[in-house]
Every structure is written in structure tokens, then in C-alpha cells.
Write a protein that binds this ligand. Structure first.
Ligand code: ZN
Length: 154
């Protein structure tokens, strides 16, 4: 059976950045399990998995546009010090969570500290990065009706 929409896929993967740094890997853990075609993994990777069978390996290079996007100046916010949560130390590299108007939690990193305010960068940590995945398919099976209804693997 090969990977296509509505299949449950288990695979091992390693994600490297262009500098060779391993950013994430399933090595030593359970394989990643997901329902194909339902937005569970980044589209730039998922599209390249279509047609792979159990036991097959592939190296996939994903451009930022198909990964975590390009960095945007609009995602860097200047926030007055007195509006920072009390537990946050205003120093470069400090991370904090914020809620978007739509109610999503996003993580920001302080990138500049001034006497009155700080710049917080809410771009994804992997924005602007090429993602180099090495994947090995462990199993492919049909999704159950329940999994399809839920939109994820059980
Ligand atoms: Zn469920």
C-alpha cells in the first residue's frame, strides 16, 4: 500500500537545517503517525510523500514558502515594558507566549531591549529556513471512519 490521502502513515524522520544542525528527529522514539491529506504535517513535506511505500526512504528539501513561511516585519512587535507579563525578564532571547486575535497561542522571542520597550519577534523559529527531511516509511494503512471523522490518527 502506498501513501495517499486518507491513509494513516507511520514514519521515522530527521529534520536538518542547511547548516547541518539536526532540528528534530524521531530517532529513539515512536515513529510519527499522521493522517495524510488533512493538514497534519507541512504541505511541502506531505506532497513529496505521496506514492511512497512501506520501507521506502526519501530525502525531501522543503523551501520556506512550503514550510514555515518567510519572516515578516509585521510579525515583529514593539511592546512597552509595562505591558510585558510580570514573570518575563526583558532580555534578548527571552521567550513568551501571546494570543492572536483569533485565539491561537504563538511564541515570540525578545530580539531587542530598549529603556522603554522591547521588540518581540513572533515569526516562527523555522521561518526563512530550508527544511531537509530524511524520512523512512514504517507503515501505511487505510484510516478508519472514526479517524477520518476526527481528522487525525488514533
Ligand atoms: Zn480522535
Amino acid at each position: 500500500m502506498s501513501i495517499q490521502k486518507d491513509k494513516i502513515v507511520e514514519m521515522h524522520y530527521t529534520l536538518k537545517l542547511d547548516d547541518g544542525q539536526v532540528r528534530d528527529t524521531s530517532d529513539g522514539r515512536e515513529p510519527l503517525k499522521f493522517l495524510c491529506g488533512h493538514g497534519q504535517i507541512i504541505p511541502g513535506l506531505e506532497n513529496e510523500l505521496i506514492g511512497l511505500k512501506e520501507g521506502e526512504e526519501k530525502t525531501v528539501r522543503v523551501a520556506p514558502e512550503d514550510g514555515y513561511g518567510k519572516k515578516s516585519e509585521d510579525m515583529i512587535h514593539t511592546v512597552p515594558l509595562d505591558q510585558l507579563p510580570r514573570e518575563i525578564d526583558p532580555r534578548v532571547g527571552e521567550k513568551l507566549q501571546a494570543q492572536t486575535p483569533e485565539g491561537h497561542m504563538i511564541v515570540g522571542t525578545i530580539t531587542k531591549v530598549r529603556p522603554e520597550n522591547v521588540d518581540i519577534d513572533f515569526n516562527h523559529e523555522l521561518a526563512d529556513e530550508h527544511l531537509n527531511f530524511n524520512v523512512k516509511v514504517v507503515s501505511v494503512r487505510d484510516a478508519s471512519n472514526e479517524e477520518l471523522a476526527h481528522g487525525h490518527a488514533h
